[in-house]
Design a protein around this ligand. Structure first.
Ligand code: GTP
Ligand code: MG
Length: 427
């Protein structure tokens, strides 16, 4: 069935849709409850990526956000490149299970040349999308039980310099803004004064806008959270601080940082925006962050990869094509390519055989002519020896003849001294 026929059929069915009144209670109004029960049983997955320079307070903020102690070791400043490290934890709050993955950058901003600092991060995010895509493309896929490692929220830790963003911040955020939900935060905000902080925030936002960096905006389309989200959007980047130390405030132990001149309470809204960040990230918009990751960022990645594989929803004339048609087209293309390559290889083989044959013939000719030459030389040599032999035999016969002549003349002459001179060479 072609795509256009299918679309027509769906439209036809929609046109036929009629709204009916029920005669009594049926029970499908419990669907939302069924959904909640099912989701609670399955548990939730949330993945946070923390990008920030070494020692900027990433681990401390995560401990403060989830009010626990995650494993972390301070990282040296001497690493040659940026790496990413992930840890997965299972957290329980009431009946709700949360599988939380925290991914940390290691060695970020420590290199002399920071041009490529973003690469490892981009690669990590893409790798998580790729794993998900491969699972989706499997014949026997397990999406329901699959551990989704795609990054849902990226907390970008900005140094509290009061001056604005560094180029590494802008470059990195620009590279990531189409791949992940970026939430910029000003780290160690207790080190910056209140008037300075307002100016700093405005400057950061201006720089982000003028460089076209798209950060995550809390959604304002759901009216239950529209007001709070739009007011929180105005507070971005949140100025946060974290701590692993506690002080007693009233009858409660609170996370705080103590200084000779006073105490900074992490959860005190007059001291920093930590509470607002937690409210937005964990309590109000966790589901939106997960959804945006799936329907916006993953969709971009998936589309790009499918196009890379040669799939498309429309053909060159902008007419809809189905997956099946593209697949058939692709298969034919590959088969043609294979046949062409086979033919090329066959021709190459024939050519090589011909060349080899010619080479062999040439060397056979060479051998034959050498054999003939040797045969001729041998015959010549033989003839020379025969000649020499014949001469020798003649001389031998001559010698014997003379010897006999000599003997006969010496026996017939008187005794005395005679000298006999032989002609010719002695052999
Ligand atoms: N002033 C101030 N200091 C902080 C804050 N958060 C953390 N620190 C301190 O900064 C230091 C580094 O904190 P970490 O949380 O280990 O920083 P990190 O970014 O995880 O460091 P690496 O993992 O080593 O890169 C510690 O001494 C913390 O006490 C903060 O909000 N304000
Ligand atoms: Mg750390």
């Amino acid at each position: 069935m072609t795509a256009s026929v299918l679309q027509n059929q769906i439209k036809h069915n929609e046109d036929k849709l009629r709204s009916l009144q029920l005669g009594g209670h049926v029970g499908f109004d419990t669907l939302p409850d069924q959904l909640v029960t099912r989701s609670v049983d399955a548990g939730f997955v949330f993945n946070i990526l923390c990008i920030g320079e070494t020692g900027i307070g990433k681990s401390t903020l995560m401990d403060s956000l989830f009010n626990t102690t995650f494993e972390s070791n301070p990282v040296p400043h001497s690493l040659p490149g940026v790496k990413l490290k992930s840890h997965t934890y299972e957290l329980h709050e009431g009946t709700v299970k949360l599988k939380l993955t925290l991914v940390d950058t290691i060695g970020y901003g420590d290199q002399v040349n920071k041009d490529d600092s973003f690469k490892a991060i981009v690669d990590y995010i893409d790798a998580q999308f790729e794993v998900y895509l491969q699972e989706e493309l499997k014949i026997k896929r397990n999406i329901a039980t699959y551990h989704d490692t795609r990054i849902h929220a990226c907390l970008y830790f900005i140094c509290p310099t009061g001056h604005g963003l560094k180029s590494i911040d802008l470059v990195c955020m620009k590279k990531l803004d189409s791949k992940v939900n970026i939430i910029p935060i000003i780290a160690k905000a207790d080190t910056i004064s209140k008037p300075e902080l307002e100016k700093f925030k405005a400057k950061i936002m201006n720089e982000l806008v003028s460089n076209g960096v798209r950060i995550y905006r809390f959604p304002t389309d759901d009216e239950t959270v529209a007001d709070v989200n739009s007011s929180m959007n105005n507070l971005v980047p949140f100025a946060v601080c974290g701590s692993t130390d506690f002080v007693r405030v009233g009858n409660k132990m609170m996370r705080a940082r103590q200084y000779p001149w006073g105490t900074v309470q992490v959860e005190n809204e007059a001291h920093c925006d930590f509470n607002k960040l937690r409210e937005m990230l964990v309590r109000t918009n966790m589901e939106d962050l997960r959804e945006t990751t799936h329907i916006k960022h993953y969709e971009v990645y998936r589309r790009h990869r499918m196009e890379q594989m040669g799939f498309s929803d429309v053909d060159s004339d902008n007419k809809p094509v189905s997956f099946q048609q593209t697949y058939e087209q692709k298969r034919q293309m590959i088969q043609q390519e294979m046949a062409q390559r086979e033919e090329e290889m066959r021709q190459q083989f024939v050519q090589r055989v011909k060349e080899k044959e010619a080479e062999l013939k040439e060397s056979e000719k060479e051998l034959n002519s050498r054999y003939e030459r040797l045969k001729k030389d041998h015959a010549e040599e033989k003839r020379r020896y025969e000649e020499a032999k014949r001469q020798l035999e003649e001389e031998q016969a001559e010698f014997l003849r003379r010897k006999r002549q000599c003997q006969s003349s010496s026996s017939s002459s008187l005794p005395g001294h005679h000298t006999l001179t032989l002609k010719g060479k002695k052999k």
